[in-house]
Design a protein around this ligand. Structure first.
Ligand SMILES: Nc1ncnc2c1ncn2[C@@H]1O[C@H](COP(=O)(O)OP(=O)(O)OP(=O)(O)O)[C@@H](O)[C@H]1O
Ligand SMILES: [Mg+2]
Length: 361
């Protein structure tokens, strides 16, 4: 068959069936159709995951249900457009044969133990499939039974929304000694903190890839130095940072094994202790008061009109200096001050009023 004949036949078939046809299991008439299962799932998936915060939440629920005790979440935004998040846990891990299957709909290990938490039912085998539909990329970077899992997700913030303000820490109030989030944008920080408050046995860290790597490095060193050697003997994947003998190897391990892209310059800084490790999310609660204070002071200083920063005492001193300096000039003109000069601070200027009178008045 000639090339043109072939393509016109393809067009003919495509027009006859239409792409629409593939999505429909039954045409019920009057504009009603029954979607086939995969199309219904695809639509449901888009409804399930509507933001980057939803993705982070589903990932944490998965780690929790797989028995994690530590979860590291590295989040970064590139070019103001691309959000990259890596989630590393120390849970049971996933057998190699299932690495791809878990992203398919209705694949779950929770047949007998569906969990209901404040977010609803967990165990439909749909979350990772849904994330795959809405994210630019989602990947299981590493997972082996007994060593935990590493997931990496990438989204375009133009396509999948996220809260614009990703830096504000939620406002916490204590009721009967219990911390409660009372205000703040529903950003990634709040999503993680809220989850952690519900599951206080979990140690969750949230920060940039460098901060997360520094924290892992620090925790390994701390365990090595502690008397309890058993901790450093588990083979959880995040501990692979402790084997890196050079900054270049650490950067390589971080990227290939942990889904953390950190420059060699930064791994050098991490190895020489120049990047502070993160505190567990729950510990940041008690730090809020101390942490917020200096930030607020700087902000106040920035928003306060410039000239108003000068104290009354300094303004009085300036008035004295003007008074002394002006005396010599006034003499030349047979004048004198009728009262002490007034120095008033306005927004970004100082207004000086010097009242004069003829000498000997
Ligand atoms: N961090 C993890 N550690 C171990 N296993 C995991 C992890 N994340 C996902 N899995 C496995 O992948 C399966 C599919 O996960 P997915 O989130 O898609 O569905 P689910 O958790 O079973 O149900 P739901 O759709 O309600 O979230 C899980 O049932 C679990 O077996
Ligand atoms: Mg899940």
């Amino acid at each position: 068959m000639s090339e043109t004949k072939n393509s016109s036949l393809l067009n003919f078939v495509a027009n006859l069936t239409g792409e629409q046809y593939l999505k429909i299991e039954e045409d019920l008439g009057q504009g009603f159709v029954r979607l086939n299962t995969s199309e219904a799932e695809r639509r449901q998936a888009k409804h399930d995951i509507q933001s980057m915060e939803d993705i982070v939440l589903e990932m944490m629920r998965n780690s929790r249900d797989a028995g994690a005790s530590r979860i590291f979440i590295a989040s970064t935004k590139e070019d103001n457009l691309i959000r990259k998040v890596s989630i590393i846990d120390d849970a049971w891990g996933i057998p190699a044969e299932l690495h791809e299957l878990i992203f398919e709909p209705r694949v779950t290990s929770k047949l007998e133990n569906v969990i209901t938490d404040r977010y609803g039912i967990h165990g439909r085998g749909m979350a990772l499939f849904s994330i795959k539909q809405v994210a630019d990329d989602v990947e299981l970077v590493f997972s082996t039974p007994g060593r935990g899992s590493v997931f990496r997700v990438q989204t375009s913030t133009g396509l999948l929304t996220e809260r614009k303000d990703q830096s504000t820490y939620p406002t916490i109030k204590y009721r009967k000694g219990e911390p409660i989030i009372i205000r703040g944008p529903h950003n990634i920080i709040r999503t993680v903190l809220e989850f952690n408050l519900d599951h206080q046995d979990l140690e969750i860290y949230l920060g940039s890839p460098s901060e997360i790597l520094a924290t892992m490095y620090y925790l390994c060193a701390q365990d090595k130095n502690s008397d309890d050697g058993s901790k450093s003997q588990d083979y959880k994947i995040w501990r692979s940072v402790s084997q890196a003998k050079s900054a270049a190897i650490l950067a390589d391990v971080a990227e290939r094994r942990l889904g953390l892209k950190v420059s060699v310059r930064n791994t050098q800084r991490i190895m020489s202790g120049r990047v502070d490790p993160l505190k567990p999310m729950l510990d940041t609660l008690s730090n809020q008061k101390e942490r917020k204070e200096p930030e607020r002071k700087v902000d106040l200083l920035r928003s306060e009109p410039l000239a108003r920063r000068i104290s009354q005492e300094d303004l009085r001193q300036l008035s004295g200096i003007i008074s002394d300096s002006f005396r010599a000039i006034a003499d030349k003109y047979f004048m004198e001050l009728s009262e002490t000069p007034e120095v008033k601070a306005e927004k970004d200027c100082l207004k000086v009023t010097i009242k004069v009178q003829s000498k000997g008045n």
